[in-house]
Design a protein around this ligand. Structure first.
Ligand SMILES: Cc1cc2nc3c(=O)[nH]c(=O)nc-3n(C[C@H](O)[C@H](O)[C@H](O)COP(=O)(O)OP(=O)(O)OC[C@H]3O[C@@H](n4cnc5c(N)ncnc54)[C@H](O)[C@@H]3O)c2cc1C
Length: 465
């Protein structure tokens, strides 16, 4: 079977890897010069590291399996990381139960409610019913008015900005659940996060090497311009001056560009793709000559700060990875039409610098070795009410064309574990369709179900193939 994969991010490359293991012929077509998408690396000057920050959780089963399949398990390094909180103009540690009990901005009663609420949220296994509740309403109900006003409200504003009004409770539950899943209860409830030595650059280079070794092709710097199903059952992709034919195509590109390049999408499916709202990210990365804090993530409850959080990467990764420099990311998640995307690097720096100095007033310009601004408009879906009914199915209704992208993350946060799972599921599905010989077109009601249910009707696993 000839499979074309649109997009060479982690989802596309994972699908390619498992399809090749199952014996398919695979061509990955990536629009940018370098594969990797949101996980790609960047030359920061003294060192190369991920363009956006990444950590691995002990509970990231699909990702850890991929790393094992690539022979990278031994290269994962685990670190006990610390969490900070900037509240009421001060930086506090929130890294252990003890820190939590000492946390001054909340009273004993508020802490008790907060702890109880987190425990309750971490025990919820099925978030479907949370999808029907607006996030603020749920947070007030579970944690109380005071905790909402002092903590959750500002955190939510930092994370989602104006979009928070539309989000469901499942969004915050997914964040709590994911972070709780990497805490080591035996060691005082401490957080343990991991990374592969060399970062995603190492993961992507081994992944692309294995794809090529197994006979796969990776074409870069060529955006796909048109996809259409031909009457003879092939799918044709138009790239530059060429047209390439496949038996199946898996598209891993964001839904907006996908709907504009694929011909013949059923109206209902196309309409659904347009209804999913994306969040983008503007991220300032700083290469520093000094450490800012001991925390990997610093949460912010100061609503005047222009960024969502502070991620001090070198509190997770060894300084050997960055030649002794300290790497800090300041992300701002926001709607793709936010004017921030059109601001110059200098304007963004001036805005973010003022915010950073509020948290670290002693930071001097001479301690900043370099700074970079990264912008991506189509990063993750906004988890609105009843999102799982909105999430597109993998079956697109165009014969032979499957969709596998971040909009299919349901009741979880944006992370590579989810994308590896979805990429592998798409590979399974392409193989299932091969075996089923085209029986379920036009689109059946079953095929239009969200991807979580879709998984149950594609039971073939390529793992052992
Ligand atoms: C700020 C930030 C922090 C993150 N932190 C973490 C973390 O701590 N842990 C974690 O696990 N994950 C994290 N992630 C998430 C992770 O980076 C993403 O889940 C993942 O990279 C998405 O992969 P993807 O392949 O689905 O999409 P993408 O990486 O977006 O890949 C899609 C690819 O399609 C290509 N493309 C688009 N249009 C075309 C076209 N017409 N033709 C050909 N190619 C095209 C794009 O160039 C891109 O390479 C983070 C992401 C961000 C932005």
């Amino acid at each position: 079977m000839r499979v074309g994969i649109l997009g060479g991010g982690i989802t596309g490359l994972t699908a390619a890897f498992y399809l090749l293991k199952a014996g398919a012929q695979v061509t990955v077509i990536e629009g940018r010069q370098q594969p990797g998408g949101l996980s790609t690396s960047f030359d920061f000057g003294p060192f190369r590291w991920d363009r956006f920050y990444h950590c691995i959780l002990t509970s990231d089963k699909s990702l850890l399996t991929l790393l094992e399949d690539l022979g990278l398990s031994e290269e994962i390094h685990w670190t006990e990381t610390k969490v900070g909180f900037f509240a009421e103009d001060r930086l506090y540690s929130m890294s252990s139960t003890r820190d939590f009990l000492k946390f001054p901005p909340l009273s004993l009663w508020q802490k008790f409610r907060l702890g109880l609420g987190i425990l309750y949220a971490s025990r919820i296994r099925n978030a479907r019913r949370l999808e029907s509740m607006p996030v603020a309403e749920w947070l007030i109900r579970v944690f109380g008015e005071d905790n909402y006003r002092k903590m959750w409200g500002p955190l939510l504003k930092a994370k989602l900005g104006a979009c928070r009004e539309e989000a469901s409770a499942a969004f915050i539950w997914a964040t709590i659940f994911r972070l709780f899943s990497t805490r080591d209860r035996k060691a005082g409830n401490k957080e343990r996060l991991g990374y592969v030595q060399g970062g995603y650059q190492r993961v992507l280079s081994v992944l692309t090497e294995r794809i090529v070794e197994m006979g796969g092709k990776i074409l870069t710097g060529i955006p796909v311009e048109k996809v259409c199903a031909l009457p003879d059952g092939d799918v044709e992709c138009a790239i530059a001056a060429q047209k390439i034919r496949f038996d199946r195509v898996i598209s891993t590109i964001p839904s907006g560009p996908f709907s504009s390049i694929v011909a013949g999408l059923p109206e209902e499916y196309g309409e659904n793709l347009r209804r999913v709202k994306y969040l983008g990210v503007v991220c300032l990365a700083l290469v520093l000559r000094r450490r800012l804090s001991p925390y990997y993530v610093t949460n912010l409850t100061d609503e005047s700060l222009p960024f969502t959080g502070i991620i001090e990467m070198t509190n997770l990764i060894s300084l050997g990875e960055t030649r002794g420099y300290h790497l800090v990311y300041l992300p701002k998640y926001t709607a793709p039409n936010d004017p921030l995307f059109a601001s110059s690097d200098e304007q963004i720096w001036n805005l973010f610098r003022a915010g950073l100095l509020k948290v670290f007033p002693d930071l001097k310009d001479s301690e900043i070795e370099n700074r970079f601004v990264f912008r991506e408009r189509w990063v993750q879906p906004l988890p609105v009410l009843h999102y799982s009914y909105l999430a597109p199915s993998m079956e697109t209704g165009v014969k032979g064309v499957l969709l596998a992208n971040t909009t299919q993350i349901i009741n979880s946060t944006l992370n590579n574990n989810e994308m590896v799972r979805i990429g592998r599921q798409a590979a399974d599905r392409a193989l299932v369709r091969e075996k089923r010989a085209e029986q379920d077109f036009p689109l059946s009601a079953k095929a239009l179900q969200p991807v979580t249910e879709a998984a149950q009707i594609s039971p073939i696993s390529v793992a052992g193939s």
